[in-house]
Design a binder for this molecule. Structure first.
Ligand code: GTQ
Length: 347
């Protein structure tokens, strides 16, 4: 006589899941807690990339492929918790780009927005919308969505910068478009410094109108000026969580330079230790000056000049400046703010 096994509740359910599976159906109650978590969860991990390590590999890549063949000769900083996805956080991309003397990274445009933070070497330029910007260390340069851009190196040393893009955001929205430009390098249509003169001196062209979500028409935020401002405010009272910290803005709107990526610059005096802090915008940091230690969820990451580290969403961290330290950082904060999602906790 065949023994009939009475299925347990579990087995009945599993059998049910299997039956609905071919219809592309799946039960919410098995995944609800992870879909709608009590607090942010991300598989992204805190991590630090030492610049000297990345630079050596990047220089090796310089022998393997030209900037032109590669289109962009970049080593992607891939989050150890998100390998294979070209992401440094769940929403943003980071890479270090190398351009050798005489090279051109050909002009193209795409719907992804990009920022550059110049890390090492002099003599390169980025051309945005027909205007060249000379890249100097610490300069924050942007390429708004759908603006033609090419990079070139007229100098005699390798130039390396950090690229930050909103690639994962655009991918999530399936809104990515790209096209090449007619010329390899854009023919300049405006002199160097034109956009800064028109839009970056506390004035705007008289008939210039702007929408709140428009990206800035200022393409470069020179480090020299930013550094001078940090120096000045550092005489005053510091914020216990941030030291002395600025956010970069579109001077015509007071909002972030680009709608999807926010960028920041802060100084921590020698010996300064920030109070524990967390926020929902996973943030990528690059140390421009000085050295110190980031303690992220209790784990220490020692950083020095040009090192890059990432702090995932809602991870509690402290920053300890060994010497006077300047940190650049970027995150998806403007997106979260626009959607009413951004939260921070000052401990
Ligand atoms: O410079 O246009 O790191 O299109 C990745 C994609 C840089 C760029 C990146 C890009 C660029």
């Amino acid at each position: 006589m065949p023994i009939s096994i009475t299925p347990t509740g579990d087995n009945i359910r599993k059998e049910f899941y299997q039956r609905i599976d071919p219809e592309n159906l799946t039960p919410l109650w098995e995944v609800l807690a992870s879909l709608v978590p009590e607090s942010p969860t991300t598989s992204a991990k805190a991590h630090l990339w030492e610049f000297s390590t990345v630079r050596d590999y990047l220089m090796e890549a310089g022998d393997l492929i030209t900037a032109e063949e590669a289109e962009r000769r970049v080593l992607i900083l891939e989050n150890p918790g998100l390998r294979g996805q070209s992401q440094i956080t769940q929403s943003l991309y980071a890479g270090l780009q190398l351009i050798l003397p005489g090279e051109i990274a050909p002009a193209h445009r795409h719907t992804q927005s990009a920022l550059r933070l110049v890390v090492s070497g002099e003599g390169a330029y980025t051309a945005v919308d027909g205007e060249r910007t000379i890249m100097r260390r610490g300069d924050f340069i942007i390429t708004p969505a759908w603006t033609y851009h090419d990079h070139g190196n007229d100098g005699d040393e390798p130039v390396i910068w950090l690229d930050g893009l909103d690639i994962p955001i655009v991918e999530m929205l399936a809104a990515g478009f790209r096209e090449g430009a007619p010329e390899k390098a854009q023919i300049p249509t405006r002199p160097i410094g034109d956009s800064l003169a028109r839009f970056g001196t506390n004035m705007l062209p008289v008939d210039f109108e702007v929408e709140p979500s428009d990206p800035t028409r200022v393409f470069v935020y020179p480090y020299e000026e930013a550094r001078r401002s940090l120096e000045k405010i550092a005489c005053g009272e510091s914020d216990v969580h941030h030291g002395f910290k600025f956010r970069y803005i579109n001077p015509a709107t007071g909002r972030s330079p680009m709608p999807t990526i926010g960028a920041f610059l802060q100084m921590l005096p020698s010996g300064f230790v920030t109070r524990p802090y967390r926020s929902t915008d996973s943030t990528i940091f690059l140390c421009l000056e000085g050295s110190g230690r980031a303690t992220i969820e209790g784990k220490d990451y020692e950083f020095g000049e040009n090192d890059v580290f990432v702090i995932p969403s809602w991870n509690t961290f402290k920053l300890h400046a060994e010497t006077e330290t300047v940190l650049f950082s970027y995150s998806d904060r403007p997106v979260q703010k626009a959607l009413g999602l951004w939260r921070e906790q000052r401990l």
